[in-house]
Write a protein that binds this ligand. Structure first.
Ligand code: CP
Length: 331
């Protein structure tokens, strides 16, 4: 593996091996296989978990890291062929090779532009960075993918003993004041399908996941023995669920049209995940979310502070899963 830009680049056996490395990183604090190695982290968008977990994980493995964050360096241009007479001062065509010349691997976060669905589905920024990076590249969240979150979520499901075959995974749209990117829902639906689970995408009309996202998940499910369906029937979706993974995302019907998206979501006040949602689910159904989460908007305090919530474990698993990836790329 030269880069880590999509979970589907890893087989289920590869992921099982990475889980063993993550366990080793968690249990042996003297293990420092990356002594002397340097990781460069380039954030074109904000972060709490990804930034802190990569720096902490690299340090615990004996290596070190540097971070570029929005506002801490020149504003980076990512479009090809553009006349740079506006706000951006440096193109990634120079910035990435320069940073790579100081580091053994780089991570890049570049969210969707959020204007044109077809363009975002093509992953223009991560594809360009992958083409020009002379060192291993880690996708720290792109337009339509968040493979580090997906690998950590896979570990959380393993930690919880949620079955792969026969395990029911509900990815549910949740209320939010903004049209958020599709990266996490796209990564989560693919992850659960790749793991071999029976996946239900629960969302109101107008918030269907884009067909290429569903097609990729269905292909993963076909290969692993899982299944993927989409519905707006909450009772049916939650029946016998092992897991509900809440996330908000923008309307695919009105992608890039903020006013139409806002009008559609304005009537969706009953999409805050709360305890009554779990009545048809398995008694031990767990609640997952990638964080950050808006309390009492996306999910109620009762769920987040109750026994079902695994959100803190998911966040900690970010560090462990990424340590496994760093070991795979650099050791
Ligand atoms: N889940 C996640 O990626 O968190 P941050 O945006 O804080 O990095």
């Amino acid at each position: 593996m030269n880069h880590f830009t999509h979970l589907g680049d890893l087989s289920r056996d590869d992921i099982a091996d990475l889980m063993k490395i993550a366990h080793l990183a968690d249990t042996d604090r003297t293990w420092q296989p990356l002594a002397g190695r340097i990781l460069g982290l380039v954030f074109m968008n904000p972060s709490l978990r990804t930034l802190a977990s990569f720096q902490a994980g690299m340090a615990r493995l004996g290596g070190s890291s540097f971070v570029i964050t929005p506002g801490s360096s020149w504003a980076l241009e990512t479009r090809e062929g553009v006349v740079m007479d506006g706000a951006t001062a440096e193109h990634v065509r120079e910035a990435i090779p320069v940073l790579a010349s100081y580091a053994d691997a780089i991570g890049v976060r570049a969210f969707a532009a959020g204007q044109d669905l077809a363009e975002d589905l093509a992953e223009p920024v991560m594809s360009l960075v992958r083409d020009i990076s002379p060192v291993p590249l880690i996708n720290m969240e792109s337009a339509m993918d968040h493979p580090c979150q997906a690998l950590a979520d896979w570990k959380t499901l393993d930690d919880e003993g949620v079955p792969a075959a026969g395990g029911k995974f509900v990815l549910s749209w949740a209320k939010h004041p903004k049209a958020l990117p599709l990266a996490v829902p796209a990564a989560a639906v693919h992850m659960a399908a790749h793991r071999g689970m029976d996946v239900t995408v629960l969302r109101p009309p107008g918030f269907e996941l884009p067909e290429p996202v569903m097609a990729r998940a269905r292909a993963a499910a076909d290969a692993s023995g899982g299944s993927v369906i989409e519905t707006d029937d909450r009772e049916a979706a939650m029946t016998d669920a092992h897991v509900i993974y809440a996330k908000s995302w923008g309307s695919s019907m009105h992608y890039g049209d903020g006013e139409a998206d806002a009008a559609l979501r304005a009537g969706l006040d009953d999409w805050t995940v709360d305890e009554p949602w779990f009545k048809p689910a398995r008694p031990d159904c767990i609640f997952m979310h990638c964080l950050p989460i808006r309390r009492n908007v996306v999910a109620a305090d009762a769920v987040l502070d109750g026994p079902r919530s695994r959100v803190l474990g998911q966040a900690r698993n970010r560090m462990l899963a990424q340590q496994a990836i760093l070991h795979r790329l650099l050791a």
